[in-house]
Design a protein around this ligand. Sequence first.
Ligand code: NOJ
Length: 573
Amino acid sequence: MNYCFNNKCFAILILLTFFSIRLNAQKAPSSSLVSSSPKCPSWVPDAVFYEIYPQTFSDTDGDGIGDLKGIIQNLRYVKSLGVSAIWLNPFYESPFRDAGYDVSDFYKVAARYGTNEDAKKLFQEAHELGLKVIIDYVPGHTSIDHPWFKASASAKPNKYSNWYVWTNNTWDNGGSEFAGKMIQGFSERNGNFMTNYFWHQPALNFGFGKVDPKKPWQLPANHPDVRELKDEMKNVLKYWLDMGADGFRIDMAGSLTKNDQGSLECIKWWKEVREMLDTQYPNAFIVSEWSHPPAALEGGFHADYLHWIAEYENLFRKEQSRSLNGVSPDGYSYFDQKGMGDISAFMNVYLKQLEETKSKGFISIPVGNHDLSRITNNRSKEDLEIIYAFLMTMPGVPFFYYGDEIGMKQLLIENAKEGCYKPRAGARTPMQWNTSNNAGFSAASSEKLWLPIDSDPLRPTVQTALNNPTSIWYRTKHLIELRRKEKALYAQADFKVLYMEKDKYPFIYSRSLGNEKIIVALNPSGKELSVEIPLKIKGKLELLSGTPSILNTTGDKTMLTMKGVSYSIYKLK
Ligand code: NOJ
């Protein structure tokens, strides 16, 4: 597989490409841009993803729930925003106790979304527009309604008995290390099953890293029954790739193997998956919900999201957590006009992990997704633009959440819908397309909608945003296009912090690839600020986005002065 692309290795690259094409005749090899870059499909370095929540994107059959036909109809819209790829949340058959993350058939699209044929058509039509589509893959658990689990729960031993983790006796709760994880008295089978998330999501059995000899129900990761399950889970991946999917967002990817010190067995399994992809589907991209990039990227993921860590709170959501989630972290987030946040807490973790994972893969910092509250509340268009400027100029692969491009609000929804407990439901409300009934999302009566629509008469919509050249939609599109145009902003381009102090503003960094260099300065606080950065500006500066800052170079240092609530993205010429 080739992954170097500077002048020196150009000749070698040609040779390697030639051989790898010959060795791998059926699919194009993956590539990226510089020799130290992580190996990844060639479409990834400049990719920008758009996450679509199928329940609430667009409903074409009037049942109040979005569907695949609705997504197909709006592919041109997605394309018009400038993104290059889609992440689609689970569309599989499911009893929907966790909004589809409780799968009851990995091989079948849920009737409410359409058919497998619709999925195929979605992949095809997206490809015709030059869009890639990755889909959610949930390997850690199934629904209790999955036929595998039903068979596993039977008292009579069968092929599926060991596909889930069961103790040997209903009075054996597995031991204190599994407190709260075992469900007792579920079926005639004499034993308790282990859950992976909600109680109704039994853990698929990927085995144990360290087996306790006193607990014979713990199977090693190479047990033949575990092996059989793993092979079947690989078949699931192949099935959707063969149908046209371009990869997967992988749910709770680090949760598979139990009692697994250092996630060693889990990493081993993912390496095996990556090897299969590299040889059979080299254009497929996998991104994990692990939130520990050193482990995830070691396992072969092309990228990992870093957001399930305490320090992530420092970025966007501290105030929101207080008002929306009922959780009360101290202090303020960084991207807030009060200017009382601290970016160093998150960045110190990030920088360490970035260094550790440099040539292995990418770290994605989501600013929104279906599990996080929307970042829009109590923020102005200018605040949002600074956040999106951050998203589009950081290393790794950026993911945009549907509706954030028009500034859709987080709604206060008290009751859970299909396991979307607060604040999740409030971030999963219907897409606001236009000013017609139900904001153009569905022809159903409003009580039938999967979740209510923002009732604010001034709610943002795509239609109003498109009619206003100064809307956040156009600013978002501009930033996405910039990200995809400038090589120095690509996923693997170097990242260097130029100004970051605990509890201080602004945050300034450079991105560079080859001869190209970009400087990004972000000041979400309301105050005008001047700081000195270790940078000598010799040539010209081109303002690519944002408002001009004042830059004065003396010797090897530059004084940078920027207005409150502003950002500047400069290209060094
Ligand atoms: C993470 C998913 O993003 C979330 O929505 C889901 O509830 C859990 N994993 C369980 O699958």
